[in-house]
Design a binder for this molecule. Structure first.
Ligand code: GDP
Length: 460
């Protein structure tokens, strides 16, 4: 059991189906008293895993509805406890009455996420799988839902477990070498430890990369559209989103504020931020827009730098020549794609090239020529692959833990190389294990659990 002391012995009840009206609505009970309470409501005994058509009564034994009752005895249930599902007609009043009947007979109303929390505490799910349930339900795109489903099936957890296993074995080896220094062989310095460490670091980098893509697909990529006034930023935003969100005019400085647009390209969420033309201005409102544009730029996942490809003055693909100020922002390793817009004006063909390690796309936001190159490129940047093997959902929390685990390994490697320090390496490996354990919940705090399960809705 994950954290036995936290496990609550109460029997809990809640509506498990979505709010509103439907053909069927389900009230779920979990805990030691579930069967007794459900049998009292149904006025009959319930056999494990049988669908019983039954009447449902309130505390005064007045029939409130009839439907199906199913009893899932512990430990073979979602929560690992005795669970009963009462499937009634899907009206909010009926279902509320049914929950009241449960609470009157000794159950208490479940807290948000409490069913999933119990499943976690009873080792039915690890933390990433429990989070994947919420992500699956809250998915806004098909791809995000499929990824969450893969995490729920354990695709992400198994990668973490494999890493934990390798780190643990290396730590045991290093600690054994420290404990038995009288052995003839120099275990720490024999190259095996370093080779293992490097191989684990490679694997960690790969999983971190996949988790980063998983987070992007789940949360969406924040795409900043930046460029000089009149380059065609608003037109590009409109072409991507397919609606007139930004005002497009030929007067410089029209887009004075930061605009946000949430769109999908082939099921992948994009949060687009169009920024005020980044130029020197004495206009106070415009200055504020410019300040916000730089701010948005710093928290982006990707920057589209739009240049007017038809204007010889704009005719450079080197963003640092366009604006020396951008240099500082580009050092934050946010990928930049240069869009050379208005290719229709001088009859250039749409196309995509790599120039000095940066992707440059020729297109026309006005005619739509080359827009497909941009959307395909953006999908690739989000890590979308046709093969579902590497796709799973992840959260920012997981990414942070993976990054911290990676830092611990890097620190351990430095200790090994600079000082041959086995003790310090062992300590870094322990730190790494700890960070990885936070992801699946092998190491967790009550505060973290409260934060995660508190964000679920009731009945999950
Ligand atoms: P922003 O200031 O960067 O947001 O630029 P806008 O999107 O407002 O566009 C400035 C002007 O360029 C408008 O008159 C647009 O119609 C025009 N424009 C934008 N994209 C294209 C394009 O691909 N081809 C042509 N011919 N004109 C464009």
């Amino acid at each position: 059991m994950n954290t036995p002391s936290v496990l609550d012995a109460d029997t809990i009840a809640a509506i498990a189906t979505a709010p509103g009206r439907g053909g069927v609505g389900i009230v779920r009970l979990s805990g030691g008293q579930s069967l007794a309470i459900a049998e009292a409501i149904c006025g009959r005994t319930l056999k494990p895993r049988h669908a019983h058509f039954s009447r449902f009564s309130d505390a005064q034994d007045i029939t409130i509805d009839s439907g199906i009752a199913i009893y899932f005895p512990a430990p073979n249930s979602f929560t690992g406890e005795d669970v009963v599902e009462l499937q009634a007609h899907g009206g909010p009043i009926i279902l509320d009455l049914l929950v009241k009947s449960c609470t009157h007979r000794g159950a208490r109303q479940a807290r948000p996420g409490e069913f999933s929390e119990r499943a976690y505490l009873n080792d039915k799910l690890d933390l990433t799988q429990a989070e994947a349930i919420a992500d699956l339900i809250n998915s806004t795109t098909e791809q995000a839902a499929l990824n969450a489903s893969r995490s729920l099936q354990g695709a992400f957890s198994s990668k973490i477990d494999e890493l934990v296993d390798r780190v643990t074995r290396l730590r045991v080896y290093v600690e054994a070498a420290i404990d038995f220094p009288e052995e003839e062989i120099d275990f720490i310095g024999d190259g095996q430890v370093r080779a293992q460490l490097l191989s684990i670091m490679d694997q960690m980098a790969e999983v971190t990369h996949q988790a980063r893509q998983g987070t992007l697909i789940q949360e969406g990529m924040k795409l900043v559209i930046a460029g000089k006034p009149n380059a065609g930023k608003s037109s590009l935003l409109n072409a991507l989103s397919g609606q007139d969100t930004a005002i497009v005019t030929a007067i410089e400085g029209t887009t004075r504020d930061v605009l946000r647009e949430h769109i999908q390209i082939d099921g992948l969420p994009l949060h687009i931020v169009d920024t005020a033309g980044l130029r020197e201005s004495t206009d106070e409102v415009e200055q504020e827009g410019i300040r916000r544009a730089w701010q948005e730029m710093d928290s982006a996942n990707h920057i589209l730098l739009v240049v007017d490809g038809s204007d010889p003055l704009h005719d450079t693909d080197d963003p640092t020549i366009i604006w020396p100020e951008i240099e500082e922002h580009l050092t934050r390793s946010i990928p930049v794609t240069v869009v050379r817009n208005k290719c229709d004006l001088n009859d250039r063909q749409p196309g995509i090239t790599e120039q000095k390690g940066r992707t440059v796309i020729e297109l026309s936001a006005k005619t739509g020529a080359g827009m497909n190159l941009l959307t395909t490129h953006l999908k690739q940047c989000m890590g979308y692959t046709e093969s579902s093997e590497t796709n799973f959902s992840a959260r920012r929390r997981h990414l942070l833990a993976l990054e911290n685990a990676g830092h611990a390994l890097a620190a351990g490697k430095a200790q090994l190389e600079n000082a041959g320090a086995g003790e310090l390496l062992a300590e870094d490996l322990r730190e790494c294990q700890q960070r990885l354990g936070e992801i699946t919940g092998a190491v967790s705090s009550d505060a973290l659990l409260g934060e995660i399960f508190g964000s679920f809705c009731i009945g999950k």
